[in-house]
Design a protein around this ligand. Structure first.
Ligand SMILES: [Fe+2]
Length: 276
């Protein structure tokens, strides 16, 4: 069995410190095999925010795989934004967060969906390159591992369809390609917990979104993170939620079947959930 923690939208610069410490304590008490961090590590890609993020990741007791988000591109230093958009991310976190992971049982890959600029007004939206999606699906198909996943910042599909902040360019297309090869696609950006199944002939691919783990930028649901247990024929999603903004507690569990059955797997959607 593999046990991973899925965290997202940390937004260092706007982090809620007691929850940062609570998450580290949680990991130290019973370290997961892996942490998947799906972007927006910082609020504004400032050096001190990346330094705080690095300090956090250095305190964690396990490998971390992840990709940056739209907030990790400098927004004010325009020379950096246009000419070296990922330099601060790479310098601060490149030595600690891996872009891929390959073991005997797990193959994990990441996809860049954030852009320095776009031919549209809202530059925070995601975009998938056609060739990136194809290259990634080939890598996954060639892997012999029984568990394969992809991590990226922007949602490829979302509970309410490709609307609003979930308008990821070519997201649906990438979802179709990747669902044939991956068991899990982990994303952030929406600050929303969900798990949507795409059942194929031999396996079910789950698209899982996470809320913000500990930033003050909560939207419709409280801070939290996902614990995912992966076994041969099943997965379990345990949603951990912040309590009184000082600790995390497991709040609910969902079965995510890995093999298609007689009935369609049930989607999970905590949209608008106000917490306890
Ligand atoms: Fe984002």
């Amino acid at each position: 069995m593999i046990r991973l923690f899925h965290i997202a939208d940390l937004h260092f610069g706007r982090e809620h410190r007691p929850l940062v410490d609570a998450f580290i304590d949680y990991c130290m008490a019973e370290p997961p095999d892996l942490i998947v961090a799906t972007g927006d590590f910082t609020q504004g890609a400032r050096r001190k925010e990346f330094a705080a993020a690095r300090q956090f990741f250095d305190a964690l007791p396990c490998p971390v795989i992840g990709a940056p988000g739209n907030h990790d591109v400098p927004s004010r230093a325009l020379d950096h934004r246009f000419f070296t958009p990922w330099q601060r991310f790479e310098r601060a976190l490149g030595g600690r967060i891996d872009p891929r992971l390959e073991t005997d049982v797990v193959l994990g890959e990441t996809l860049h969906t954030a852009r320095r600029a776009q031919m549209q007004l809202d530059w925070s939206l995601g975009r998938v390159s056609r060739s990136d999606a194809l290259v990634l699906s080939r890598k996954l198909e060639n892997g012999e591992q029984p568990i394969k996943f992809v991590a990226c910042h922007h949602p490829l599909i979302a509970p309410n369809g490709s609307k609003g902040r979930a308008r990821t360019k070519r997201g649906e297309h990438a979802a179709e390609i990747l669902s044939a090869a991956a068991d899990l696609v982990l994303t952030g950006h929406l600050h929303q917990t969900f798990a949507l199944p795409r059942a194929g002939e031999s396996h079910v691919c789950w698209f899982v979104g996470a809320s913000t783990t500990f930033s003050e930028r909560t939207r419709d649901e409280p801070s939290g993170f996902n614990e995912i247990l992966i076994e041969a024929d099943r997965m379990e999603l345990i949603h951990h939620e912040s309590r009184e903004a000082i600790s995390f507690l497991p709040a609910r569990r969902f079965e995510l079947p890995r093999r298609p059955g007689d009935t369609e797997p049930e989607p999970v959607d905590l949209s608008g959930h106000a917490g306890r």
